[in-house]
Design a protein around this ligand. Structure first.
Ligand code: FES
Length: 131
């Protein structure tokens, strides 16, 4: 009796998607509260928060999962990228005002920053304390 080896078949069908299906990559650098830089590949279209969580970057808590309600993904965008990233929307502005202890001119919620090709090399600094 010929019994198929399911594990072997699964191994052969689990093929990585073609490169063009993954999406373009950009680099994002996170400076943690100790000053250590973490540079990671980020997929264009993902958020700065999701990329941090995916890569285990310390200091991005993201309690609400990107629903703009916790402010535990607060970052300071590097000055040179601030014009490209832009400012916060109204709801984000309110949350930054109410929920962040060290609000600065380049403060943003990283869940609200979507990575584009233009943001390749984006650098953000992570506060020592999140709300
Ligand atoms: Fe909660 Fe960004 S993850 S506001």
């Amino acid at each position: 009796m010929d019994i198929p080896n399911v594990r072997t078949e699964e191994r052969h069908t689990a093929v990585a998607p073609p490169r063009e299906d993954i999406g373009d990559l950009s680099k994002v650098t996170y400076i943690d509260s100790t000053g250590r830089a973490h540079t990671v590949d980020a997929t264009v279209g993902d958020t700065v928060m999701a990329t941090a969580v995916k890569n285990g970057i310390p200091g991005i808590v993201a309690e609400c999962g990107g629903n703009r309600s916790c402010a535990t993904c607060h970052v300071w965008v590097a000055e040179r990228f601030a014009p490209l990233v832009g400012g916060p929307g109204d709801m984000e502005e309110d949350l930054l005002d109410m929920g962040v202890s060290d609000r600065r001119p380049t403060s943003r919620l990283s869940c609200q920053i979507r990575i584009t090709e233009d943001l390749d090399g984006l650098t953000v600094e992570i506060p020592a304390d999140q709300p």
